[in-house]
Design a protein around this ligand. Structure first.
Ligand code: FES
Length: 146
């Protein structure tokens, strides 16, 4: 039997309006999902994502408030712009862009986080295992190792 894909979930602490959804995320996440809560998606340093990938996750989900409902005005839009550029880099070095997913949640989206995680898990399970990142060159670079 194939192991469940490992997912890093970065969750804005304001995006889940339902107490039961937040309780589920805080206490009932499957062990294959690692939660990191942030005050806003705009506060997620791309290096946190890189760290999760280097730690062996198969996918990264970022859940935040709807663009017009971010508590920090455009924090989530800034995050989207910043991470879009970062996702391009990750894709280039071997972590395919489909392995990173943004989810915007609103008041009426009760129960949606479970569905999103489940769908993402199923999607990742169908992919081949993620490759190690190509962050090192195998040949010596002129002058460095000479
Ligand atoms: Fe939730 Fe900014 S406060 S994404």
């Amino acid at each position: 039997m194939k192991a469940k894909p490992k997912i890093a979930l970065f969750q804005c602490q304001w995006c889940l309006y339902s107490e039961s959804d937040q309780y589920w995320v805080d206490h009932k996440l499957p062990p294959s999902i690692h939660l990191t809560k942030t005050s806003c998606t705009g506060r997620i340093n791309p290096l946190y994502i890189l760290n999760a990938i280097q730690g062996g996750v198969d996918g990264v989900m970022i859940s935040g408030c709807l663009p017009e409902k971010c508590h920090f005005k455009e924090g989530n839009l800034n995050a989207l712009r910043q991470h879009d550029a970062f996702v391009n880099l990750l894709d280039y070095i071997g972590f395919e862009r489909d392995r990173i997913r943004f989810v915007w949640l609103d008041l009426q989206d009760r129960g949606r986080i479970q569905q999103e995680l489940s769908a993402f898990e199923a999607f990742l399970a169908d992919l081949p295992p993620s490759k190690p990142l190509a962050t090192r060159v195998s040949a010596s670079i002129g002058g460095v190792n000479d």
